[in-house]
Design a protein around this ligand. Structure first.
Ligand code: IMP
Ligand code: MG
Length: 176
């Protein structure tokens, strides 16, 4: 099986503009609050590292890793925590940062799990939203781009661990 990027869906320029816009909105909404950003590894790292630098207010961050698709492009529905937070969430205004919401099953599990740790507030910030395949209803407070039902890579997103370093979002073509 091999994969190659066949088309650019979102350019580097469009991403840059969107990050500034999202950062400004988050800074305004969280001014005077106790902003605690949780990045979901590994897909969100590029987005998160650009986003936090566009949020001109104090914040802290931590990371979680959960199991995802592995080498397939289908979700298993089974979510496993591979790396947990190092911080207690009590009194924190938590913002979960995700690369993409597809079926929503991963986030749905994470939201329940993190809510049970009693944060002061909990919101979601996703770079991409693929609403056509949603299986769990999730409120996305901050949402970069809505995309069609295509498998995309780049800007942190992978296919079989490849393509995370592309500075744009591309559509992948898989050949057997
Ligand atoms: P969900 O549980 O179906 O919402 O999927 C969540 C995870 O699946 C994301 O955090 C990604 O790691 C992965 N994923 C879903 N769609 C794509 C895609 O188009 N490209 C790369 N990874 C994806
Ligand atoms: Mg992934």
């Amino acid at each position: 099986m091999s994969a190659k990027v066949c088309k650019t869906l979102i350019s580097e320029e469009e991403i840059k503009e969107k990050i500034i816009e999202m950062g400004q909105r988050i800074a305004k909404d969280y001014a005077g609050k106790n902003l605690f950003v949780i990045g979901i590894l590994k897909g969100s790292i590029i987005f998160l590292s650009d986003l936090v630098r566009a949020i001109p207010i104090p914040l802290k961050m931590d990371f979680m890793a959960v199991s995802s698709y592995g080498a397939s492009t289908q979700t298993s529905g089974v979510v496993r925590i591979l790396k947990d937070l190092e911080t207690d969430l009590t009194d924190k205004d938590v913002l979960i940062v995700e690369d993409i919401v597809d079926t929503g099953l991963t986030l749905s599990y994470l939201i329940d799990n993190l809510r049970s740790r009693n944060p002061k507030s909990l919101n979601i910030c996703t770079f991409l939203d693929k609403p056509s395949r949603r299986k769990a209803t999730i409120e996305l407070e901050y949402n970069g781009f809505e995309i069609p039902d295509e498998f995309v890579v780049g800007y942190g997103l992978d296919f079989n661990e490849e393509f995370r370093n592309l500075p744009y979002i591309g559509i992948v073509e898989i050949t057997k």
